[in-house]
Design a protein around this ligand. Structure first.
Ligand code: CAA
Length: 386
């Protein structure tokens, strides 16, 4: 139903490239990766060779220089095949690379951004901590100056791709415990796993997105050179919030991909499955479900691409990004629930794909800001006259 949106020839080409890639390199393996909680590391190079790890970066930094809509169409295609691969792509393209592009020095861009665009270094984003999730400015990881270096101490949680990341943008306090400055006391650092004192610790055993490794990172008196500070000291929270706007559009596309895959599976099944002597697709109860699923997906996609098109024209839109993410993720959860219902008992077993879509959909209502956090952002903007 993407044809409801007026795609340019270039956008169609990118979407079709992503679809072909997903058909060959992702979909056939997704169920097994899910069963084994296996992250497939060769995908980093394959996606990098295609340019899909530098989709939004300018060509001077080895990116594809695409518009947000093309990127989101591609992401939806990958998510249809496997939401785990999509989140790796979304986090990399939306968070660490955007932060480096927007706030990094020229030297930092040459050193980190270019190899990230080529897929030689995978990116991760470390904001949350075990005791600081929705209240992101309550983080406690601490950086203290030591000559030209910084010494970092603390634990980051829920870090997507943390096991394989070559570059992690981490938000860490640079104020002092005696003079806390809430969001103004947080700075962003460019970390690499070779830094002494860096350790990947607990890997989460998750309900869904099982092929995407989510880990804690421990900074144990980790020495970080001064030139790894990203942008200005004390601006890390603002940078993180800014990049999460991009991130939330990516998660919306991921959610739409999951929902579309669930609808496609439900349609195929409803046409095949015979009960009472007829395919169940003939029953109005099923048809109405399919109609509502398709309508909600089309609405989520139209909202997302309306926001993305406005962003491509350079308008600032924090709350609209939250709207797109909120609506798409709740659509994904609702649609995948209906898909399980259409499949009946077969929807509840691992022999069919819809139980995976249902499990994968849930996290889109949680990460990169829960639905409640999106409502806070939207509510504040609306009450301020958005
Ligand atoms: N762009 C730029 N600046 C922003 C901003 C944005 N989008 N949002 C807020 N700010 C600025 C504010 O203007 C404010 O600056 P001033 O003090 O100068 O006015 C400052 O940041 C503090 O903002 P708030 O007072 O609004 O902060 P808050 O403490 O009330 O928190 C919140 C607001 C929306 C709840 C925020 O904490 C939030 O988004 N929480 C959720 C965090 C989140 O999404 N975490 C996901 C982590 S990533 C992940 O999920 C894992 C993964 O890898 C996929």
């Amino acid at each position: 139903m993407t044809q409801l949106l007026p795609l340019t020839e270039d956008q169609v080409a990118i979407r079709d490239t992503a679809r072909a890639f997903a058909d060959e390199h992702v979909r056939p393996f997704a169920a097994q990766w899910d069963r084994d909680s296996h992250f497939e590391p060769t995908l980093i190079k394959k996606l990098g060779d295609l340019g899909f790890l530098g989709m939004l970066l300018p060509t001077e930094y080895d990116g594809l220089g695409l518009d947000a809509q093309s990127y989101l169409f591609a992401l939806e295609e990958i998510a249809k095949a496997d939401a785990s691969v999509a989140v790796m792509m979304s986090v990399h393209n939306s968070l660490p690379t955007q932060m480096l592009k927007t706030f990094g020095s020229e030297a930092q861009k040459q050193r980190f951004l270019k190899p990230m665009a080529r897929g030689e270094l995978l990116g991760a984003f470390a904001l949350s901590e075990p005791d600081a999730g929705s209240d992101a400015s309550a983080i406690r990881a601490q950086a203290t100056r030591d000559g030209d270096d910084w010494i970092l101490e603390g634990t980051k949680a829920w870090v997507t791709s943390g096991t394989h990341a070559g570059v992690i943008i981490a938000m860490v306090r640079t104020d002092t415990p005696e003079a806390r400055r809430k969001s103004k006391g947080i700075s962003a650092f460019i970390l690499t796993p070779d830094l002494p004192g860096f350790r990947v610790s607990k890997k989460e055993d998750k309900m869904g997105l099982r092929a995407s490794p989510t880990v804690q990172l421990v900074f144990d008196r980790m020495r970080v050179p001064g030139d790894r500070l990203l942008g200005e000291e004390g601006q890390g929270f603002i940078y993180a919030m800014n990049s999460l706007e991009h991130g939330r559009l990516g998660i919306a596309a991921q959610a739409i991909g999951i929902a579309q895959a669930a609808l496609d599976a439900a349609v195929d099944y409803a046409n095949e499955r015979q009960q009472f002597g007829t395919p169940i697709a003939e029953f109005q109860g099923i048809q109405f479900k399919l109609a509502d699923m398709a309508t909600r997906i089309a609405a989520a996609r139209a909202l997302l691409h309306g926001v993305a098109a406005t962003k491509d024209r350079g308008a600032a839109l924090g709350a609209a990004c939250s709207m797109a993410k909120l609506f798409a993720s709740e659509t994904a959860m609702w649609v995948t629930t209906q898909a399980v219902q259409v499949f009946g008992g077969y929807g509840y077993v691992k022999e069919y794909p819809v139980e995976k879509y249902f499990r994968d959909a849930k996290v889109t209502e949680i990460y990169e800001g829960t639905s409640e956090v999106q409502r806070i952002v939207i509510g504040r903007a609306v009450s301020a006259g958005m």
